[in-house]
Design a protein around this ligand. Structure first.
Ligand SMILES: Nc1ncnc2c1ncn2[C@@H]1O[C@H](COP(=O)(O)OP(=O)(O)OP(=O)(O)O)[C@@H](O)[C@H]1O
Ligand SMILES: [Mg+2]
Length: 350
């Protein structure tokens, strides 16, 4: 399977610098998620890879071969667009096989491939309909079918699940993942949904304003976020970001110029910890999220089940010293963790 590499890729539209010095290299048969907030340059990056836009500078390599100037159709890359752009006058079947017929594949080959792809996407009963007779989610699946049937070694997907309801979405996630593994495809999957990226991808590239903040496995993004931006973007509810002062005596040993990160799931209710008062309890079923006022800032705390603590209840919070993340307050970049003074260790770890 081919290896795709982006080297210092840049894209400007006039004054707007949309893609900035992007460096990224896939591994064989890898599922990469491009994750980031709206407008951060995800679709533009995919369109550059597909050859639908020209980069301002930088290079795109396929197995070491420079394809930066190669025409889109010659790249061996299939793409599912964010707006699915189906042909309204063609049936579902014709939409899916359109690319194959353009390439002059026999009717028999087309029918065989269609028979394989359609059931995977739950489109078997809809093949004779036209796009206007389909729901948004069904149209999205047709667009997906059109890319999968091409059997291109690299498949780019731009938010292919955004119009599906929660249940179908979860099903399609595992379908796409299974299909990708079975066919050994290299997939680049754009999403702004962290759960989707974390649950599907081998590695996640998190983009912020056209730059890669971090490109690593889901676990590393969660456990060792490279910046405060990553820390806030990955995890739900987001990581608490505080100044050492907010932690009172427990922040004394921490560098004053650091931003301290603490995941809601790493905070516990203890005795002898940081005092605060419960402001709000959000019950989610398996667990609950408490918002605790610690004298100004609030700390989100995730607890199992439904705690016997209502709004207004006084609590004390503790955490393992290892659970603290430190970021530079100015640059937002991760710093090495500082040692906890021994006299506080037992309190924080209770
Ligand atoms: N043809 C264009 N001309 C000028 N600006 C553009 C063009 N296409 C995109 N942009 C701008 O580039 C930025 C990135 O757009 P892009 O579509 O790549 O974002 P995205 O990350 O895919 O966002 P979303 O999650 O909303 O789809 C946006 O600010 C957008 O307005
Ligand atoms: Mg987009």
């Amino acid at each position: 399977m081919p290896i795709l590499a982006l080297r210092s890729l840049n894209k400007r539209w006039g004054d707007t610098h949309v893609v900035r010095d992007l460096d990224l290299e896939t591994r064989e048969g890898e599922f990469v998620a491009l994750l980031g907030p709206s407008g951060c340059g995800k679709s533009t990056t995919l369109r550059l890879i597909a050859g639908l836009e020209e980069p301002t500078s930088g290079a795109i390599l396929l197995d070491g071969r420079d394809i930066t100037d190669a025409p889109s159709a010659r790249r061996g890359i299939a793409m599912v667009f964010q707006s699915y752009a189906l042909f309204p006058h063609l049936t579902v079947a014709q939409n899916i096989t359109f690319g194959l017929s353009v390439r002059g594949e026999s009717r028999k080959a087309q029918a065989e491939k269609l028979a394989r792809v359609a059931p995977l996407l739950g489109l078997g009963a809809l093949l004779d309909r036209r796009p206007s007779q389909l729901s948004g989610g069904q149209q999205q699946r047709v667009a997906l079918g059109r890319a999968l049937i091409a059997e291109a070694p690299i498949c780019l997907l731009d938010e292919p699940l955004s119009n599906l309801d929660a249940k179908l979405r979860a099903e399609m996630r595992s379908e796409i993942r299974a299909l990708q593994r079975r066919l050994g495809l290299t997939m680049i999957f754009v999403t702004h949904d962290q759960t989707e990226a974390m649950s599907m991808a081998d590695r996640v590239a998190l983009l912020n304003a056209g730059r890669i903040e971090q490109f690593d496995t889901p676990e590393t993004l969660y456990r060792r976020p490279a910046s405060a931006f990553v820390a806030r973007f990955i995890g739900s509810p987001p990581m608490n970001l505080l100044s050492p002062r907010d932690l009172g005596v427990f922040g004394e040993a921490l560098p004053p110029t650091a931003t301290v990160g603490l995941r809601p799931e790493d905070v516990r209710v203890v005795s002898g910890g940081l005092p605060g008062r419960v402001v709000e309890v959000e019950y989610l079923g398996a667990d609950s999220v408490l918002s605790v006022d610690v004298g100004g800032p609030r700390i989100a705390v995730r607890l199992q089940g439904r705690p016997r603590l209502g709004a207004g209840a006084p609590v004390e919070l503790g955490w393992d010293p290892e659970a603290l993340h430190l970021f530079d307050a100015e640059t937002g970049l991760r710093r090495q963790a500082a040692a906890t003074p021994p006299h506080l260790k037992h309190v924080m770890a209770t």
